[in-house]
Design a protein around this ligand. Structure first.
Ligand SMILES: Cc1cc2nc3c(=O)[nH]c(=O)nc-3n(C[C@H](O)[C@H](O)[C@H](O)COP(=O)(O)OP(=O)(O)OC[C@H]3O[C@@H](n4cnc5c(N)ncnc54)[C@H](O)[C@@H]3O)c2cc1C
Length: 414
């Protein structure tokens, strides 16, 4: 156990542990297993279990929550040592959306039950936020949760739910009070997904993949102890959770069709563009060189900006600077995809296994919309930056102060 150690002793301890546990075979096994979306492979789970047992998963967290109570600077030492040997699993106190949200807002029983399994990726999760009539205007949700005894009964529909087919729990926002303004009547839950009241129907995306789903909730049962925060304070819980999600999207992105882009997956760097330009015999063209250099600089700048935002988050504030990182990443991904297409020239119009570079370029062009829509669209990030960072006047919201029951809408009311 490492409480109050000096930096050198800590660094030595991590190195020693990694040299005893992170074997070449484990790395190969993780690499060889086909990546799956939203679920960890058996090899990854087994490795995460080891990391957890050694208390490296969330080193900033206190000992009672499986951590080591390290300062941010010392936790970074641990992360750097893991990164040097390319071992995943540490730093989850920064990037594990589910575990961070639960630890901050959950009731003791639920935390005891799920924080550990979440750190080990033994539990699969999804986000039950968006609805057919409530995406950007998320506070307009109409899924309802009614308390009956010690259970909430949930009815409504969610959409664009990534990973719902494999999820054990969904982080759910639902309306528990219709007589207060829209932001005040929402509650936040961990909703068990494997139950008769939850029906999941897959949707097909522009990339021909199917990670999205519609989720129909018909008298779904959520134990009252799965409520996070107080009844009606779900909007606050949601904002902390969204900031974590944006920070992950702000620093990671899917590279090719296989990667997950959700924290533990691959992080694409701009350097593959150098390799692509070299392969295409175009690395000497000043115009292309300049554009490649620019995307690399944007990535670096964005990494620094995201680090600044994370420091805010560590202080317990949901930083609006996260929105800047997410917006920047979305622009970077579109620009990199465009640049790939420019480097490949006419070849980018081809498809099929003889043209893997073109397949990648086309996939990445379409997939760039993942980041510019998911987790809040680019336009919504701009609104947040305008209002909260630049201090511009707020958008008019005519329904902000009236009881949600009285909000005029084409959708049936509660
Ligand atoms: C890859 C991906 C994964 C996703 N995963 C999930 C998930 O797991 N769970 C989940 O709950 N949801 C998920 N979503 C849904 C996502 O959060 C919503 O699509 C998003 O919030 C936008 O909502 P909407 O689709 O209803 O569009 P709308 O809100 O209807 O927006 C339509 C257009 O209007 C613009 N617009 C709307 N309001 C304003 C405004 N006030 N100012 C300026 N422009 C505005 C938007 O920017 C957009 O261009 C995912 C989406 C994607 C793309």
């Amino acid at each position: 156990m490492t409480t109050s150690v000096n930096d050198e002793t800590l660094r030595e301890e991590v190195r020693q542990w990694l040299s005893e546990n992170w074997a070449r075979e484990i790395a190969d096994e993780l690499e060889s297993e086909a990546p799956t979306h939203y679920t960890a492979s058996p090899a990854l789970r087994s490795w995460l279990g080891k990391v957890f047992d050694a208390r490296w998963s969330a080193p900033r967290w206190p000992e009672e929550w499986f951590g080591r109570g390290l300062s941010n600077d010392q936790a970074k030492i641990v992360e750097r040592e893991f990164a040097k040997v390319k071992a995943p699993g540490t730093g989850q106190d920064r990037v594990n959306l589910w575990a961070n949200t639960l630890l901050a807002q959950g009731q003791p029983g639920l935390k005891e039950k799920l924080v550990g399994p979440l750190l080990k990726s033994e539990v699969n999760m999804c986000l039950l936020y968006s609805e057919p009539g409530a995406g950007s205007d998320l506070a307009g949700i109409r899924t309802r949760a009614d308390l009956q005894g010690d259970e909430y009964i949930v009815n409504g529909q969610k959409v664009w739910t990534s990973g719902a087919t494999t999820a054990d729990y969904g982080m759910l926002i639902a309306r528990t009070d219709w007589d207060v303004p829209k932001h005040d009547g929402i509650s936040f839950f961990f909703c068990p997904m494997k139950q008769p009241g939850v029906e999941v129907r897959p949707l097909r995306q522009i990339t021909d993949e199917s990670h999205f789903n519609e989720v129909f909730l018909s008298n779904a049962v959520v134990p009252a102890e799965n409520l996070l925060g107080k009844p009606g304070s779900g909007w606050r819980v949601l904002n902390t959770a969204l900031a974590y999600e944006r920070s992950v999207m702000g620093e990671t992105a899917r590279g090719s069709r296989g990667g997950t882009g959700l924290g533990l997956g691959a992080v694409t760097e701009a350097q593959p563009l150098i390799a692509l330009a070299r392969e295409a015999g175009r690395l000497d063209e000043p115009h292309l060189r300049q554009q490649v250099a620019q995307t690399i600089s944007y990535r670096r700048l964005n990494a620094l900006n995201t680090a600044r935002a994370k420091a805010d988050l560590a202080q317990g504030t949901s930083s609006s600077i996260m929105s800047l990182g997410k917006l920047a990443m979305s622009r970077i991904l579109h620009e990199e995809a465009r640049l790939r297409t420019e480097i490949l020239g006419a070849e980018s119009m081809l498809e099929g296994e003889d043209y893997p570079q073109a397949v990648d370029a086309n996939f990445l062009s379409l997939n760039a919309y993942f980041t510019s829509i998911g987790g809040g669209t680019d336009q919504i990030q701009r609104n947040i930056i305008g209002e909260r960072v630049l201090g511009l006047p707020k958008e008019p919201e005519v329904d902000k102060t009236i009881a949600f029951r009285d909000v005029k809408t084409g959708v049936g009311s509660g």
